[in-house]
Design a protein around this ligand. Structure first.
Ligand code: SF4
Length: 211
């Protein structure tokens, strides 16, 4: 699975093949799995450093097979911290297995992370098929408290803009994590207004306290 000091670049579960291309993220979500587990599905995901593009492609060539039906940019960090790598690796996946679905899991702040780039167009041209956006709040103040974005209070509006734009080009969905601090009904209402489906994810970490 191509380890970097014990952290896996690629990992899998059933028919899904996951890419862990960075541990960097612009957020510090209170529920983040990185806070309480060193990995998932039996794989360790804490990387000593970002893998190079070539290391990621080598891992793909070694482990990705036709038995998988989707490749997902996800892992223990925000993939759009490395937009160019996401795009180049996506092109490689399309070359290896043109029929496979490619999904990006993101915090939706790609345009704040990459301010001089048309992120949506880059992703589209690279062959990404689906985008899953971590929502987790129904307003800017709650988002700021729960996801603690380094870009500050403007982050939530940027996320909504990104989702609106992505909704024109990809199959998209929002996700939220089922913790008491997140108002599931308010998030559902927001998602319905935008005609974006909402998936609720289970939380298995320790009890959370925020002020
Ligand atoms: S956006 Fe994802 S990786 Fe980043 S802190 Fe939140 S849950 Fe963790």
């Amino acid at each position: 699975m191509t380890d970097l000091n014990d952290g896996s670049i690629v990992y899998w579960q059933k028919a899904s093949f996951y890419l862990n291309i960075t541990n960097r993220c612009t957020n510090d979500c209170i529920f983040c799995v990185r806070n309480y587990k060193t990995g998932v599905f039996g794989f360790k995901l804490k990387l000593a450093r970002d893998p190079t593009e070539q290391e990621i492609i080598n891992a793909l060539r070694k482990y990705l097979t036709q038995a998988f039906n989707e490749v997902v940019f996800t892992g223990y960090g925000e993939p759009l911290e490395r937009l160019e790598v996401v795009c180049n690796v996506s092109r490689e996946v399309n070359k290896l297995f043109p029929e496979i679905t490619i999904r990006l899991d993101t915090n939706g702040l790609g345009e704040l992370i990459n301010p001089d780039v048309d992120v949506i167009m880059e992703l589209k041209q690279a062959g990404i098929n689906q985008v899953s956006i971590s929502l987790n709040a129904s307003n800017a103040e709650q988002y700021y408290k729960i996801c603690q974005p380094k870009f500050g209070i403007q982050s939530f509006e940027a996320l909504l803009r990104f989702a609106k734009s992505a909704n024109q080009f990809f199959k998209i969905n929002y996700t939220i994590v089922a913790i008491p601090q997140i108002d599931i009904q308010a998030c559902q209402k927001l998602a319905d207004e935008q005609k974006i489906s909402l998936k609720i994810r289970h939380y298995s970490g320790p009890e959370l306290v925020i002020e």
